[in-house]
Design a protein around this ligand. Sequence first.
Ligand SMILES: C[S@@+](CC[C@H](N)C(=O)[O-])C[C@H]1O[C@@H](n2cnc3c(N)ncnc32)[C@H](O)[C@@H]1O
Length: 175
Amino acid sequence: MRILDVGCGVKKFPGSIGVDRNAASRADVLCDLDHFPYPFRDNTFQRIRAIHVIEHVSDVIRAMEEFHRLSSPSGRIIIVTPHYTDFSSFCDPTHRWHLNSFSFRYFGADNAGFGYYSPIKLREISVHVRLLAFWRWLGFELLVNRLPRFRRFWEHYLCYVVRGKVMEFEFEVIK
Ligand SMILES: C[S@@+](CC[C@H](N)C(=O)[O-])C[C@H]1O[C@@H](n2cnc3c(N)ncnc32)[C@H](O)[C@@H]1O
């Protein structure tokens, strides 16, 4: 299986091809994710991992389109990024974006009504939200992840108090 670790830093996923712009990273290919296209052919990878990276790029939609192009049909895209209510989202001045668990809905089944933003399609396999430990112990994390309607309620009404931490998304690439 060919795996691309986008913005791999120094923790490149074992067996993957790492991409980063920082020469001190463990990247196999140095490239700037803000310049398109990325230096790989269409349909090259079965897995694309972007771990704590998407919040750094200049154009989230364009980067996601590039991940889609590089992925084989039915390939998987794995994204890990802070929830915007976490301390880590704002304490790093290199973060350009502060996202929530619905931030990739434009690529979903009905493009959330915004199909003209991007033509690519992704099927959401899973979204997992981790909450701060105190709220996890009280059972909120279970509710947020087990009940999609509760997750929406949490995003709308609770998350400034019951704060999120990290979100993990897995998408299937539809071509
Ligand atoms: C927070 S680190 C995450 C590193 C690694 N994925 C991990 O989980 O440890 C973000 C990485 O993205 C890289 N990065 C940020 N913006 C980039 C860009 N425009 N082009 C290429 N790499 C970028 C940084 O150099 C850094 O290695």
